[in-house]
Design a protein around this ligand. Structure first.
Ligand code: SF4
Length: 700
């Protein structure tokens, strides 16, 4: 507290990390952040977790990029170099902005002219603002004439969004996580909010304390299970078996809401037929949960006055991720547990702006507001607005783009604020793809593992230096304000996108980021009545907002669904096994995820002294039974090997890890989990199976 007395300025802004979207008050002294407090925002009510409160010092880390870089003519081949962020000079040299931007744009336009727009692709960022996401997808679509534009939503909730769009006509949450306050039964499945959405987790704990039934379903244990009435540690990859057995109970015991189904739902008859073989007894050996517990949880969910489901990447990151989400949607629809306070469906979004970046069209199948690129009427509207004919076909997704580079179909990329060299599955394949590109432009705040492959590196803005809007997991559009000046010659991301646009011949003229917001909002009915000025005044508004004043709509689907028929659709799911099952050579299941202190690929949090002090070293975790069974020593180095590669990490004893499983967090560049993961995709959401592949562990 005493430090605030000496602050030069105090800025009200947002946390840069997770999708909870906590509002922060940042204290600045001598252009450095010295303290962060929580504000009374709609998502955090003054709370912050360890990342939001202490993870701010990465912004001024000495690795910060402050001048443009271009690849040296005599640099080692991309892919062969040693990555040393403190010494990039063997690979890069500094350049002026004019040279760097000209080079960046020239390489992209040369590819366009020689090979056509389909030879180009872009990855935008879920950490950037809505305005940056909107401009980035506009550049790729208008400037290069392709829909090959995607971002990390493809790696987190693409399958959830696919199932939600198909089922209820909207990919966003139907209720905020604060709806847990009013719920009688809360199911959290395939999520670890205590680590990944810590402030949201406090709402679940409070609900349990008040007497709500809290059901946690996950193969791994977690701290939140201590607050739960039921903890179901099912076998990895058996989600559909467990959820269909719950649906079976609800249907056979006639606990469904017939009136609601008749008025609002299609596909119930097909569901009834499908789940006939999924009795709890039949599914008990498949999912490892006893039949009576399945029945108890199903009855509680169906008969509680208000039940709500939250889920995370344990549901979505499977080859059957869309099927998993379809089962959750079916559960809520047959019981009418949606559209009322305390009910609903809530995929907990990961990054601070993954909801907003998706809404703004950073997706290869859709323009802003999820309007299909294949719909001629929608396309005509954008062609009118943007003054050129647009690509009528869906673009490629993240992993498909990497494959297309290997096939020679994609030859140049512009990557803003994403780190696919760490986040994509089968990393050796992904890095080889980046190294194969004719031309790669990377715009970022650090020389990430991806930036090392670049021909041009553009130093950009950190969250603490940005003015812009960000949309959290609750559909709350919030204003982030700059607390710090840009370091050195670094520039705002939106300005850099506009500079590239200018150099490839686009006629853009934005004098201020608010003009970008206004143009974007004019193309997005979801932002009706939410003006820039209103956000400046109110800081946060939930979309959709029915009027210029008053609260936005927190609970969706009270009056039907935004589908063609106005009804929601159940799509029954069958059991699809994980793509790669354990065998004699690879007897364990590898699962990957995050740690409380480290954010995604670690580019930011591993450069935070306080967070790195708590979690400094690369680890792989197993439970004590598995460690003993395999004669391993906790604290010693182990290698984890899959069919795609090997890593070395310290073995941590962790009772939360399931029998027969090894857990590896994906934030450590020196032991990259994604060197091991399986790139096999869910056919609908095109999301890779990060949560399950066969692995071996050795100690030498
Ligand atoms: Fe930031 Fe998420 Fe923690 Fe809130 S819960 S402080 S948004 S990381």
């Amino acid at each position: 507290r005493h430090r605030t007395v000496y602050a030069d300025k105090v800025v009200d802004t947002l946390c840069p990390f997770c999708g909870v979207g906590c509002q922060t008050r940042v204290y600045v002294k001598d252009d450095e952040i010295v303290q962060v407090d929580g504000r009374d925002g709609p998502a955090n009510e003054n709370r912050l977790c360890v990342k939001g409160r202490f993870g701010f010092d990465y912004v001024r880390h000495p690795h910060r990029l402050t001048r443009p870089l271009v690849r040296r003519d005599d640099a080692p081949k991309a892919g062969d170099m040693v990555l040393d962020p403190a010494n990039p000079w063997e690979v890069f040299r500094e350049a002026t902005w004019e040279e760097a931007l000209d080079r960046a744009a020239l390489g992209l336009s040369r590819t366009l002219n020689v090979h056509g727009g389909q030879a180009l692709a872009g990855f935008g960022s879920a950490k950037g603002s809505n305005e940056e996401a909107y401009l980035f997808q506009k550049l790729i679509r208008q400037g290069f004439g392709t829909n090959n534009v995607d971002h990390c939503t493809r790696l987190c909730h693409a399958s959830s969004v696919a199932a939600l769009m198909e089922g209820v006509g909207s990919g966003a949450v139907s209720a905020p996580f604060a709806a847990a306050n009013e719920a009688d039964c809360i199911i959290v499945i395939g999520a670890r909010p205590g680590q990944n959405h810590p402030v949201a987790a406090t709402y679940f704990k409070q609900a349990a304390k008040r007497g709500a039934t809290l059901v946690i379903m996950d193969p791994r244990g977690q701290e939140l299970m201590r607050h739960a009435t039921h903890a179901l540690r099912f076998k990895p990859g058996s989600d559909v078996a467990l959820l269909n057995a719950m649906i079976h109970t609800i249907i056979t015991e006639k606990l469904y809401d017939e009136q609601y189904i008749q008025a609002n739902v299609e596909g119930f008859a097909a569901l009834k037929e499908k789940i006939a073989d999924f009795s709890p007894e039949a599914m008990e050996p498949v999912c490892g949960i006893d039949a009576e517990t399945i029945r108890t949880v199903a009855r509680t969910y169906a008969t509680s006055p208000r039940s709500i489901i939250f889920w995370g990447m344990g549901v979505s990151q499977h080859v059957h991720g869309t099927d998993n989400a379809r089962c959750l949607i079916a559960l809520s629809l047959i019981t009418g547990q949606i559209g009322r306070p305390g009910t609903g469906l809530h995929p907990l979004r990961g990054q601070n702006n993954v909801q907003g970046a998706s809404d703004a069209g950073l997706i290869p199948m859709v323009y802003p507001d999820y309007k299909s690129v294949e719909d001629a009427n929608v396309r005509a509207r954008y062609e009118d607005a943007w003054g050129r004919s647009l690509d009528p076909a869906r673009g490629l997704t993240v992993v498909e783009i990497m494959d297309a580079i290997h096939e020679g179909e994609i030859r140049a990329m512009y990557i803003m604020g994403e780190n696919p060299a760490m986040s994509d599955p089968d990393q050796i394949h992904a890095r080889a793809a980046l190294a194969k590109l004719d031309h790669l432009v990377v715009q970022d705040i650090f020389l990430t593992e991806t930036a090392w492959h670049a021909d041009v590196v553009l130093p950009a803005s950190a969250h603490a230096e940005k003015l812009g809007t960000f949309t959290n997991t609750n559909r709350q559009v919030q204003l982030g304000r700059p607390a710090l000046d840009l370091p050195g010659e670094a520039r705002q991301d939106w300005e850099l996108i506009a500079e590239i646009a200018k150099r490839i011949g686009l006629d853009w003229s934005y004098a201020h980021v608010s003009e970008v917001y206004t143009e974007m909002a004019s193309m997005m009915p979801s932002l009706d009545h939410i003006s820039w000025e209103r956000l400046e005044r109110e800081d946060a508004v939930t979309y959709p907002s029915p009027a210029e004043e008053g609260p936005g709509t927190e609970i969706l689907f009270a009056q039907g669904f935004p589908t063609k028929s106005g009804r929601a659709k159940i799509v029954p799911a069958d059991i699809v096994p994980p793509d790669e099952l354990p065998d004699d050579t690879y007897p364990l299941v590898l699962t990957t995820g995050r740690l409380l202190e480290h954010w995604h690929t670690g580019a930011m949090t591993r450069r935070s002294a306080s967070l790195s002090a708590i979690e400094p070293d690369a680890i792989a975790a197993m439970n004590s039974r598995e460690i003993r069974r395999r004669n391993l020593r906790p604290g010693a180095q182990i290698t984890v090997t899959t069919r795609r590669g090997s890593i070395t990490a310290l073995l941590r004893e962790d009772r939360d890890v399931a029998d027969g499983m090894v857990f590896v967090p994906f934030c450590f560049a020196e032991a990259p989990a994604n060197r091991l993961t399986n790139p096999q995709l869910d056919p609908f959401g095109k999301i890779p199976e990060f949560k399950f592949c066969a692995a071996r562990v050795d100690q030498y």
